[in-house]
Design a binder for this molecule. Structure first.
Ligand SMILES: NC(=O)C1=CN([C@@H]2O[C@H](COP(=O)(O)OP(=O)(O)OC[C@H]3O[C@@H](n4cnc5c(N)ncnc54)[C@H](O)[C@@H]3O)[C@@H](O)[C@H]2O)C=CC1
Ligand SMILES: O=C(CO)COP(=O)(O)O
Length: 333
């Protein structure tokens, strides 16, 4: 198959390598010509995935039309805030009925739409073969060929199965799932819990507190998912519990690291200024908080983070407010 990856950040680069390994003719499209030139010169993405060699068979291009025009499968791997503008840019070049796979983790803040809904809106006349890819997948490990599993969701199983066959290889096991809503929302909300996990690490709250946070975090993720039409079981899968564990425990997670910096007293603006990498949780907290308010769903951890990020509440104060909430039945949704 001809596969084009849009977005040469760390995850786009790792996915392009997986596609190549699975035997596809693969192009990594890069928006900035100077970044494409550097990757071609060094055969390495020094800016976002240093230390991983890009084989000569991986095509690197800064020509959007050429990269998109002939592709059977297009992976969109930009930060979620750029998914709409990226789709608007490529829509005129996409082949009819091509498969478009959204690999970003987030929802659109302005509209509260899931990324697949944004894609439906923009690609309406071109293709309805739209899929979502998510799972416990840090680019630093996938790019170094360590074994990993992921899940692809689509409205029609056949669409997800195309992507499964295209990306599966000996080191990257691809599952399918028909619950697009659940996979997308789990991918978005686990980043919020990872920020909180980073705060817990930064405050040295211990393993018991972190385990409680992940468990109640998964409950909160599931609660929002069910309110928005997701299946509960998806949250026990790779995109739910799997990615929650990977992101909350990993030294690679930018969201967890950002939480740790919040606990050390840095503000969200300071953190964003000091990194070229995306911290999706920052966008997700605001987008999910607003969505939950509209739906009347109570999300205590998300609301606490909203106060920390947007109302300068001290993380310690947010923690003690969470501990002092009304007593509950664990299983109440
Ligand atoms: N890094 C990882 O391990 C994983 C990341 N993801 C998701 O993939 C998405 C992309 O993340 P990363 O590859 O980590 O990004 P990154 O933080 O490594 O790189 C930032 C990316 O943003 C792009 N960018 C900056 N300004 C842009 C604009 N105006 N328009 C389009 N693109 C622009 C850059 O070219 C670069 O590709 C995110 O939604 C992230 O949550 C998902 C799984 C794993
Ligand atoms: O989604 C990811 C791992 O599955 C990447 O997480 P971070 O953005 O926190 O690094």
């Amino acid at each position: 198959m001809k596969v084009t990856v849009i977005g040469a950040g760390s995850w786009g680069t790792a996915l392009a390598l997986k596609s190549l390994q699975a035997g596809n003719d693969t192009i990594l499209y890069c928006r900035r010509p100077e970044h494409a030139t550097a990757m071609l010169r060094y055969r390495e993405n020094r800016e976002y995935l240093a230390g991983v060699t890009l084989p000569p068979t991986l095509k690197i291009s800064d020509n959007c039309r050429q990269a998109v025009n002939l592709a059977d499968v297009i992976l969109i791997v930009t930060p979620s805030v750029y998914v709409r503008s990226t789709l608007m840019e490529i829509v005129t070049y996409i082949r009819e009925s091509a498969t478009v796979v959204l690999c970003s983790k987030g929802i659109e803040r302005e509209t509260g739409k899931r990324l697949s809904q944004v894609a439906d809106e923009i690609l309406d006349k071109v293709t309805d073969n739209i899929a979502i890819l998510s799972g416990p997948n840090h680019a630093e490990e996938v790019g170094r060929n360590l074994p990993a599993a992921t899940v692809v969701a689509a409205r029609r199983l056949a669409t997800a199965e195309v992507v499964q066959r295209v990306l599966n290889s000996g080191t990257f096991r691809v599952y399918v799932n028909e619950d697009m809503t659940g996979v997308e929302l789990a991918a978005t909300t686990k980043n919020i819990i990872a920020l909180a996990a980073g705060i817990a690490d930064g405050m040295k709250l211990g393993d018991n507190a972190k385990a409680a946070l992940l468990t109640r975090g998964l409950h909160e993720m599931t609660k929002l998912g069910i309110a928005m039409g997701a299946r509960r079981e998806t949250y026990a899968g790779l995109a739910g519990m799997g990615d929650l564990i990977a992101t909350c425990m990993s030294k690679h997670s930018r969201n967890r690291a950002a939480g740790q910096k919040l606990a050390d007293g840095m503000t969200m603006d300071d953190i964003v200024t000091h990194t070229n990498m995306v911290v999706e949780g920052f966008f997700a907290v605001a987008a999910v908080y607003e969505k939950a308010e509209q739906l009347g769903v109570e999300l205590p951890i998300t609301s606490s983070l909203y106060d920390v990020l947007y109302h300068q509440k001290a993380p310690s104060e947010a923690l003690w407010s969470l501990m002092a909430r009304d007593l509950k039945d664990e299983m109440n949704i």
